[in-house]
Write a protein that binds this ligand. Structure first.
Ligand code: SGN
Ligand code: CA
Length: 524
């Protein structure tokens, strides 16, 4: 198999890399037997690394997600290519940047006739399935079984499309998605074929609705306010223009569930209240509704009496947001625990690669924000933890990896040929614990959804692990440059600072190199 990493490295530095040991030979050998590795690719929606225990911020606990990393690899530098759902999913399925797979923003329709890793796995004998969030508009292709949430999906009593047939399931989305995954495994685990199962959760996407059993789970916790919660966005046009501020743009009713008809509460986004009504008043059954009201109604009453304003109100909103969000994560983690137990009980842990990730990161009040989209760390970075049986254990990896790398990883593991046009690099050598020295030295990023919700300007950029150069070109017109060693919160735009001329010039050259290497035409 061609060594794709050396190709990238060669272009990057002019040095032809020594050959990297690849696991393909081993996997190819496995093709002759019937013990090829299965793949379970778990992804949640908008799960920040800040709220994964393994990433060490101690905001909440996620023992089951952490277990995947403890018994495998925690990627400390995992990033996405385009920080928004549909585009990120398309990057993962194809192993290509957005301009190559064509799904540039959430209004695009995925061209399902193109090459994807599930299709290539089918060709080498894998059974493939996806349950949960899909969000690519067109019907899934390349899956023997698919049962997907409609659109963004609902938390309570969600609608699914089961291989083309619409149905509604009673219960909570994260439980249902996990049930569907285990039901499919039950049917397929003994058929002699290796499988690749995508378990893609809706949680913890906006509006962060906890399962009844998790309501109040964080009521005794006061979350530390991020040091840049009161960011003034000085020197950063796009950040200033973005509409994702907790104090100004997060709605008290729709987002924070202080939803009443009595006119006592000021709402930031009354235009969202039809949605609020459907989520909090008409979707639940009477038992679910009773549990919901028993939790939120007293909070609404207390909130009305407190008559908060200014910073006290902003910080109240932040605490409520964090409590709901982390409560939703409790269910994700619990369900991953269920799935791991299922794999253990069914003797599948020793022949299944398990990956946990999110479609992108999320702001937990940093810069005063919720949402994602930007190439700033909190949304560019994403949790990636992976457990390869007999592979590396207890490893905290610092290579620059990106969501375009999943496709070649799975293909290489399966012993399939990685097509030339795939842009990602296989993570298999890292997962096996090889001493991987020749690796990409920078990441490319391109976000397109402007005009759009949250008003985030279009931008592209490059990051080498320390320096980040970004160009905002539609919705703002500005270059930004950060030295993350000295400014990890990305508060000081150094673009044009003569002290950094050398570093900025180098980043600009690297950006241009990557735009040629990845063949980004810079048009949409
Ligand atoms: C919805 C949300 C946005 C979110 C996008 C994209 N609004 O439109 O806040 O940024 O999804 O999220 S909502 O009123 O519908 O909740 S993504 O993860 O699916 O890309
Ligand atoms: Ca998302």
């Amino acid at each position: 198999m061609e060594n794709r990493i050396s190709k990238l490295f060669f272009l990057g530095s002019g040095v032809l890399a020594a050959s990297v040991p690849v696991a393909a030979q081993i996997c190819r050998g496995d093709l002759t037997g019937n013990n090829r590795m299965n793949i379970i690719f778990i992804m949640s929606d908008d799960h920040s690394y800040q709220t994964v225990g393994a990433y060490g911020q101690a905001l909440n606990k996620t023992p089951n997600i952490d277990r995947i990393g403890n018994e495998g690899v925690v990627f400390e530098r995992g990033y996405v290519a385009n920080s928004i759902s549909g585009p990120s999913r398309a990057c993962m399925l194809t192993g290509k940047h957005s301009h190559k797979n064509g799904f540039i923003n959430n209004s695009t329709v995925f061209d399902g006739s193109q090459q994807t890793f599930p299709k290539l796995l089918q060709k080498v004998g894998y059974k493939t399935a996806i349950v949960g969030k899909w969000h690519l508009v067109s019907q899934p292709t390349g899956f023997d079984y698919w049962n997907i949430l409609t659109g963004q999906g609902d938390y309570y009593n969600p609608n699914f499309i089961d291989n083309g047939v619409r149905k509604q399931y009673k219960g909570y989305a994260t439980d249902i998605t996990t049930d569907l995954a285990m039901q499919w495994l039950d049917k397929n685990k003994d058929n002699g074929q290796p499988f690749c199962l995508l378990v893609h959760h809706k949680a913890p996407h906006r509006t962060w609705m906890p399962d009844a059993k998790d309501l109040g789970a964080y009521d005794n916790v006061t979350f530390p306010l991020p040091e840049n919660f009161y960011d003034d966005y000085k020197g950063r046009q796009a950040a200033e223009a973005a509409e994702m501020r907790i104090d100004r743009d997060m709605d008290m009713g729709y987002d924070l569930k202080m939803y009443t008809d009595d006119g006592d509460i000021n709402y930031e986004r009354p235009d969202l209240h039809n949605y609020a009504h459907s989520l909090y008043r008409s979707r639940m059954d009477s038992t679910q509704q009773a549990a919901w009201d028993a939790y939120y109604n007293p909070i609404i009453e207390k909130f009305k009496k407190a008559k908060l304003s200014g910073k006290a109100l902003a910080e109240w909103k932040y605490q409520r947001y964090m409590r709901d969000y982390c409560s939703v994560i409790n269910s994700v983690d619990r369900n991953i625990g269920r799935l791991l137990k299922y794999l253990e009980d069914n003797k599948l842990l020793d022949n299944t690669l398990i990956v946990y990730t999110s479609d992108q990161g999320f702001y937990m009040g940093e810069h005063g924000w919720f949402d994602k989209r930007f190439m700033y760390e909190e949304s560019f970075r994403t949790p990636i933890l992976a457990r390869l049986p007999k592979g590396a254990k207890h490893v905290r990896d610092r290579h620059l990896v990106q969501n375009i790398d999943f496709a070649p990883t799975f293909l290489e593991l399966a012993g399939a040929k990685v097509p030339e046009d795939i842009q990602g690099e296989s993570l298999l050598p890292i997962l096996k614990g090889d001493n991987v020295k020749d690796w990409r030295n920078s990441l490319y990023y391109h976000f397109y959804e402007y005009p759009g919700e949250h008003n985030t300007a279009r931008h592209y950029g490059v990051f080498d692990g320390r320096y980040k150069l970004m160009h905002f070109y539609k919705g703002a017109d500005q270059w930004e440059f950060y030295d993350l060693k000295n400014d990890p919160k990305e508060m000081h735009n150094l673009y044009g600072d003569p002290k950094y001329k050398k570093e900025i010039d180098a980043a600009m050259a690297e950006l241009k190199r990557l735009q040629v290497y990845y063949d980004d035409p810079l048009t949409d």
